[in-house]
Design a protein around this ligand. Structure first.
Ligand code: GDP
Ligand code: MG
Length: 232
């Protein structure tokens, strides 16, 4: 795949001013493909020998949405989900959530309601949530009908997509949808606050609103902690 054609433009944006940093968390049961979805989006990679990853906090990808340079900072639970140990710190400041289940494992879908409760309890009420049925490439093993997920998503007010981290289907579009929606929420809040701003277009202009967005400068420190999700 041509990375430039695909908007895979991380390199080009390094020098550019970042208008916004959007924190997005990836949650869901263990082994549904969270880490692989994240690597597909951030690095356009899939690791066949994926192991549970320890110490990975987030990966980033910079994209342009409606003329704004947006750094998506995507956080991975790094195996904490096994012990129900995802802490409120993980959700803090998150503007979006990818809630992933495995279309071949019914229990991972049955647990989605519990994850929504977690989000409602710990995250900002205006968080944008995308329900993701991953491993859509495993058509013969499907255990969760698409209609069940559509119904649940409509009921709960979530966006929904079926993806394959393996072949890349719908992964970018799901993330872009969430980032666009977040941008919509941010813009609306900026308007509601009467255009009060201390930093031009920068996300920090919203300091004091319910939405917690960190600035590009703050990010660089966190970047140093970034580890590779896998060895490939
Ligand atoms: N067929 C298929 N396998 C996948 C897909 N995404 C992840 N996997 C596999 O599912 C397993 C768990 O993936 P991982 O990303 O580690 O799950 P996590 O525990 O939710 O982070 C690994 O063996 C992956 O190779 C997918 O879209 N299709
Ligand atoms: Mg993982």
């Amino acid at each position: 795949m041509n990375r430039e054609m695909n908007g895979f433009d991380t390199e080009n944006h390094q020098e550019e001013k970042i208008d916004y940093v959007f924190k997005v968390v990836v949650i869901g049961d263990s082994a549904v493909g969270k880490t692989q979805i994240l690597s597909r989006f951030a690095k356009n990679e899939f690791c066949l020998d994926s192991k549970s990853t320890i110490g990975v906090e987030f990966q980033t990808r910079t994209v342009t949405i409606k003329g704004k340079v947006i750094k998506a900072q995507i956080w991975d639970t790094a195996g904490q989900e096994r012990y129900r140990a995802v802490t409120s710190a993980y959700y803090r400041g998150a503007l979006g959530a990818m809630l992933v289940y495995d279309i071949t494992k019914r229990p991972t879908f049955d647990h989605v309601a519990r994850w929504v409760e977690e989000l409602r309890a710990h995250a900002d009420s205006s968080i944008v949530i995308m329900l993701i049925g991953n491993k859509a490439d495993l058509v013969d093993l499907r255990a969760v009908p698409t209609e069940d997920a559509v119904e649940f998503a409509e009921d709960q007010g979530l966006f929904f997509s079926e993806t394959s981290a393996l072949n890349g289907d719908n992964v970018d579009s799901a993330f872009f949808r969430v980032l666009e929606e977040i941008y919509g929420v941010i813009s609306k809040k900026a308007l509601e606050s009467g255009g009060k701003s201390n930093g031009g277009d920068h996300a920090t202009a919203l300091t004091g609103s319910k939405i917690d967005v960190i600035s590009g400068a703050d990010l660089e420190i966190s970047e140093m902690k970034k580890l590779s999700a896998c060895s490939c």
